[in-house]
Write a protein that binds this ligand. Sequence first.
Ligand code: PXP
Length: 252
Amino acid sequence: MRGKLRLGVNIDHVATIRNARGGLHPDPVRAAKLAATAGADGITAHLREDRRHISDFDIERLSREIDLPLNFEMAATEEMLAIALRAKPHAACIVPEKREERTTEGGLDAVGGHNHLKPMIARLTDAGIRVSLFIEADKRQLDAARTLGAPVIEIHTGAYCEAQGAERAQHLKRIVEAAAHAEAIGLECHAGHGLAYDSVTPIAAIPSVMELNIGHFLVGEAIFIGLEAAISRMRQAMDEARGVVASKAGAR
Ligand code: PXP
């Protein structure tokens, strides 16, 4: 039987709000601790090259102070590799990064980046860090991830979340097929980017997806209903999509 669908809460945008004033509030580490009580299974943080949200000190504190597994999102650079090897997070998700982008647009090119990525994945893996590659729902990219020795891939759900109607259904079909292919070739499949209450259900219902990483929507929703409530509601939507509620009722 496949395990429970895990929720990784991305706290980057708590840091975005903090940095808008340059002080200490709101503290992303406090948000991470609260996320744990609200039903998160892990914390995700992206240390960008330009440090626009999460800082080096945040990563140090997250490594020391939280009990949940930390998923460190990083660009494939020597600087980030050195930080990951020092911080020793549970997992590292390698993402493409462009300075001028507003968020992570598109997936990593695991095919074209083979020679650069291969030694980096090996060094992270040797240090006991579980590596995932953030890629598009594309069979060639999945096969390349496997060749590179990454045990996990995270499918980019951004285009699916932005689309509507038939276009969204097309994106969903590609994600469903990619998740099945990941499982068939022995990769653990995660998904994330842009997920909200209206888009999470079909993704959470894909049986081979084991983890969702969600940030921006939760931090935005926290303004209206509080972070704990926003996370619990997402947790509930994921459980419902997975049939957790139905199976509990059936067991009575
Ligand atoms: N997964 C990855 C690999 C990401 O880069 C991001 C954004 O930092 C997310 C998930 C979360 O995306 P969002 O903040 O849109 O929920």
